[in-house]
Design a protein around this ligand. Structure first.
Ligand SMILES: [Zn+2]
Length: 175
């Protein structure tokens, strides 16, 4: 499934098949900004499509070779970009475990919020994320939501304390 307007689609090569019959039941929330703390550029899209120029910023040298992706990115203005169809596996959680089950990429959707780990997010991002969660809930057996820091504790800290869980939990619980 690819969501319609206003979602832009940028294909990421960093995806593959989910295990047989697996449907996404978990939403993993991340934060990212490239370079860290700078918003609005296209470096995130470049990273997820393996086009990030390691010479463009010192930080990019550390990450330019990563093969990573997420299903969705929510920009600071609420704009939505999709990189991987929800029926396929995006490479966002890495080594991970949620409620005793490992390899969260197998059964989750990854959503990146443009922002700094621990920092605040924009009202437009919550509105966009709530709309997204409702649309996904209508089409998929999505039941749970977790932070990347929840599924990879000690290794990952995003999205951090600035993320207002109650706003998204309310959207997830509506039927
Ligand atoms: Zn993350």
């Amino acid at each position: 499934m690819i969501l319609g307007s206003p979602c832009r689609y940028v294909e990421s090569p960093n995806q593959d098949e989910r295990p047989d019959g697996e449907e996404p039941t978990l939403l993993v929330v991340h934060s990212i900004s490239l370079p860290p703390g700078e918003y609005g550029g296209d470096a995130i899209e470049q990273l997820f499509s393996n086009r990030l120029d390691p010479r463009a910023h010192p930080y990019f040298r550390e990450i330019a070779g990563l093969k990573v992706s997420a299903h969705f990115l929510v920009r600071r203005d609420g704009g939505l970009v999709q990189f991987v169809p929800v029926g396929r596996r995006a490479w966002h959680a890495g080594a991970s475990r949620w409620r005793g089950r490992e390899r969260c990429n197998d059964y989750s959707l990854g959503v990146e919020l443009e922002g700094l780990e621990g920092g605040p997010f924009e009202p437009a991002q919550y509105r966009s994320l709530e709309r997204l969660v409702r649309a996904l809930r209508a089409a998929l057996p999505l039941r749970q939501i977790a932070a990347h820091s929840d599924v990879a504790p000690g290794r990952k800290g995003d999205p951090g304390a600035g993320f207002a869980w109650r706003r998204v939990l309310a959207a997830l619980s509506q039927h």
